[in-house]
Design a protein around this ligand. Structure first.
Ligand code: ATP
Ligand code: MG
Length: 139
């Protein structure tokens, strides 16, 4: 069953490169409503916990050090079919393969530093939103 919520982060590369505003505009123009949002920085341990599913992958160390290398914007987004539609909006993991008009095509620099995160399932959207936000921080 499609849910109406997903979770995203604007990653440290996109924050460093000054793309927060442009990415939020693409999210708004894509029809997503912001339910919760914060500007924060993960410790390496928190980044490791967030991406624990990838702990056996060769890029895990690179991923956790990158994701803790600077501030990120975390948000819960709402829209019909949010998870799938947001994956479409962000584009392929590797920006070389990302379609025209996607956030990663516009702002990602490499497969590792790819500008945004988007949940890959309803279940993970719930888990990831709960990682960052309490009930009092959702509107
Ligand atoms: P995300 O979960 O961040 O939205 P994704 O779902 O498109 O990305 P995953 O397979 O979940 O891709 O990988 C998580 C993240 O790990 C990627 O976004 C990227 O930052 C990093 N990553 C994935 N594959 C590689 C790789 N081959 N080399 C370096 N980093 C990688
Ligand atoms: Mg993923």
């Amino acid at each position: 069953m499609a849910t109406n919520r997903t979770f995203t982060m604007i990653k440290p590369d996109a924050v460093r490169n000054g793309h927060i505003g442009a990415i939020l505009k693409m999210i708004n123009d894509g029809g997503f409503r912001i339910v919760a949002m914060k500007y924060t920085q993960l410790s390496i341990a928190q980044a490791g916990q967030f991406y624990a599913v990838h702990s056996a992958r060769p890029f895990y160390g690179e991923l956790t050090s990158f994701m803790s290398s600077g501030p990120i914007v975390a948000a819960i987004l709402e829209k019909d079919n949010a998870v799938a539609d947001f994956r479409t909006l962000i584009g392929a993991t590797n920006p070389v393969e990302a379609a025209e008009g996607t956030i990663r095509k516009a702002y990602a620099t490499s497969i590792g530093e790819n500008a945004v995160h988007g949940s890959d399932s309803d279940e993970n959207a719930e888990i990831e939103g709960n990682f960052f936000f309490s009930g009092l921080e959702r509107f």
